[in-house]
Design a protein around this ligand. Structure first.
Ligand SMILES: Cc1cc2nc3c(=O)[nH]c(=O)nc-3n(C[C@H](O)[C@H](O)[C@H](O)COP(=O)(O)O)c2cc1C
Length: 354
């Protein structure tokens, strides 16, 4: 569907408003699967906490911790300001940053494009671009996908798959034929690494097996248990409609984060697996790394922090505090489970505590 810039901007503004104001869009009747998994705490860790090393390399960039600010926004002047706050906080803490869907850039408006250009505030850190799988099929190929990434100085491109969200969205795309082939072709033709992500319904076993046959560099699972896009889209229907009813019922449909991470690790040995979907703290991040993830992404918590202050500098500081809180919790957890490095944490068994 070719839409106008105004339509795309209105949708993005509504998404931000509903995501922030309506708590019912979080953990919609289903947990992310991490609460019943535990790491065994050692009372005699035999480690120096200050020597615990959370650093890693991801997509060619050195990070202070295996953490990304998840894909959220861009396209309007306000969204650009939110992006600048988040990206500056990511740069100052040495974590990665993911842009929201760059679909507004395809319409060709310079303000929309500027809202995604963040290298001025984040010159060195990992930046991942983002486009929807439907836009990839309808309007791009591998070369144009790389161009979209280069225009914003991205190190890699995410393609998001959001069939459930689109099915509930009032103006959503309902025809998903040919999307897999478009991903497979552009993953082999794009000169930037291409990763596929869900948006909160998780990647299941059959999807992961199919994606593993392509040249994608990795996946971000965005599992069930965090922000629910079926729920957000259901709330955008002005009155009770059949699609809004479906959105409420299917709000927690899909694969929970903990399960999706394990399936992804099995399907993608040697490739990148990023855990996301309702991860809210450094303990959950540590559990995901123990389950096989290379890194974790949190979206909603950092958006909340970015929007918590009217003053820009205070907003940046608030996001930095949240990011550092996740890293510090991860570091202390690693210390307490006897894992001096992330690869040790990756080999630490989890205990099921139903
Ligand atoms: C306000 C908001 C906007 C989002 N926009 C996008 C987007 O444009 N592209 C995308 O791939 N994911 C988008 N997401 C999904 C997140 O990247 C993430 O996969 C999902 O929210 C689950 O993570 P969370 O539970 O930590 O929020 C958005 C999430 C939020 C909260």
């Amino acid at each position: 569907m070719n839409e106008t810039l105004e339509q795309a901007q209105r949708r993005k503004t509504e998404h931000l408003r509903i995501a922030l104001r309506d708590p019912s869009v979080q953990r919609p009747g289903r947990d992310n699967g991490l609460s019943t998994l535990d790491l065994e705490m050692l009372s005699l860790p035999e480690l120096d906490l200050d020597a615990v090393d959370t650093r890693c390399h991801l997509l060619g960039k050195a990070l202070n911790a295996p953490l990304l600010v998840g894909a959220m926004t861009g396209g309007t002047a306000h969204a650009g300001e939110v992006n600048r706050i988040l990206a500056e906080a990511a740069e100052r803490t040495g974590v990665g940053f993911c842009l929201g869907s760059q679909r507004p850039m395809l319409i060709g408006d310079p303000t929309a494009t500027r809202s995604f250009q963040l290298r001025e505030v984040a010159p060195t850190t990992l930046i991942c671009g983002n486009i929807g799988a439907i836009q990839l099929r309808d309007r791009l190929d591998g070369l144009r996908l790389a161009h979209l990434g280069r225009e914003v100085g991205a190190d890699a491109m995410y393609v998001h798959v959001n069939a459930l969200q689109e099915a509930i969205q009032p103006e959503g795309d309902r025809d998903w034929r040919g999307v897999f082939d478009a991903i497979a072709e552009s993953a082999s033709d794009c000169e930037l690494p291409v990763l596929v992500k869900e948006v909160g319904a998780g990647l299941g076993e059959q999807t992961l097996r199919a994606l593993a046959l392509t040249g994608v560099a990795g996946v971000e699972v965005a599992g069930v248990g965090g922000t629910s896009w079926a729920r957000i889209e259901a709330l955008r229907h002005a009155v009770r409609t059949p699609r809004a009813i479906a959105g409420a019922v299917l709000a927690g449909f899909g694969t929970p984060t903990a399960e999706s991470v394990q399936l992804a690790r099995r399907a993608f040995p040697g490739r990148i697996v990023i855990a996301s979907g309702g991860i809210r703290d450094g303990l959950e991040a540590a559990k995901c790394i123990a389950l096989g993830a290379d890194a974790v992404a949190l979206a909603y918590p950092f958006l909340q922090a970015a929007q918590s202050h009217g003053d820009r500098n205070e907003a940046v500081r608030a996001v930095i505090t949240e990011i550092e809180g996740v890293i510090e919790t991860l570091r202390i957890t690693m210390f307490l489970v006897g894992a001096p490095t992330l690869s040790h944490l990756g080999n630490t068994p989890l205990v099921a505590r139903p």
